[in-house]
Design a protein around this ligand. Sequence first.
Ligand code: PAF
Length: 197
Amino acid sequence: MRVIKSVLQMQKISLKHLKDGDEIGLVPTMGALHKGHASLLSKSEKDDDITIVSIFVNPIQFGPNEDYLKYPRSVKQDLEICRKNHVDYVFMPSVEDMFSKGHKTFVEVKVMQDILCGPFRPVHFRGVVTLVSKLFNISYADRAYFGMKDFQQLKIVERMAKDLNFRTKIVPCPTVRERSGLALSSRNTYLSDDEKT
Ligand code: PAF
């Protein structure tokens, strides 16, 4: 398993795999990996020759009053989970490399981004979709794996991939739950045991 921190290096490596005829799987994440993520990794391991996991807490999908700075970060554990799941590349760019100075381009999926969670998180889906499009361009992925837990995100990403003619096929993956029925989520670390039941 290799950890790649440079956008350009990741893109060069992916392009080489593409030219060699390898099928590339991408699992986009913000880290704080759990069994839900592990299920996406194992699906990619089955479907693809190469699995790339991105770990990037994406600042442009957080509003000014949201938890960007507090978002759980656990790189050491994340790398262990990736290693156990036979990931080939962990892509962990810096914010400066991902969004270079003067970045001005955003991708929006009109209407779908403005309903359900949209009105409560005005920049969220635009930030997700912009980042995901960049990841598709960097990884040349054949398949990208998204949990059904974030259903609106999944549908918006599917629309974007179709509208912009990305080669990447979106693979929806079932929600993984705790025994109590609570969906696994990185933000569950904010909840006490009482709050979880
Ligand atoms: O679902 C997530 O973890 C994020 O929204 C994603 C898709 C990795 C984009 O930052």
